[in-house]
Design a protein around this ligand. Structure first.
Ligand code: YOG
Length: 138
């Protein structure tokens, strides 16, 4: 089994978030706000059931899913898209495929050492985010 993704994680780097948001069709106004946010991930897991929360002072977003089981995702407060998402393990990576209006959309999460990594994909754009475990999270 790959390293657990569970816990509270705070962002320490964010590369090409603007490119990813542009590919999603987010307005320049919202992109400028989003670029300043200190994103936090809170990941909960019970067996094959996961909850991933993305928290910020501006907006929050959460998904809940079971590994290998397609679910309807409404990206409320993000690009407000209706997509069909499926999350699977590919080696040590938790990979999500998001089928909808946008091409080649998805993400990958994995843990390396004490860091949580995230790649966000949309239409050829890749945003790379790295998070460190929150000090209050044991
Ligand atoms: O996470 O898919 O961990 O869902 C990406 C935001 C900004 C709103 C965050 C709010 C995409 C304005 C979710 C940011 C930009 C910009 C805090 C990334 C859209 C709108 C919610 C994501 C996965 C994997 C789990």
């Amino acid at each position: 089994m790959p390293a657990s993704l569970r816990g509270t994680w705070d962002i320490i780097s964010n590369v090409n978030f603007d490119g990813y948001m542009s590919a999603l069709g987010i307005s320049i106004y919202l992109r400028k706000i989003a670029l300043r946010l200190k994103l936090r991930k809170v990941i909960e897991q019970q067996g094959d059931q996961y909850i991933i929360k993305t928290l910020s002072t501006f907006r929050n977003y959460a998904i809940s899913f079971k590994i290998g089981q397609e679910f309807e995702e409404f990206t409320k407060g993000l690009d407000n898209g209706h997509i069909k998402s499926t999350v699977t393990w590919q080696g040590n990576k938790l990979m999500c495929e998001q089928i909808g209006e946008k091409k080649n959309r998805g993400w990958a999460h994995w843990v390396e050492g004490d860091k949580l990594h995230l790649e966000l994909y949309c239409d050829g754009e890749v945003c790379k985010q790295v998070f460190k475990k929150n000090a209050n999270d044991c």
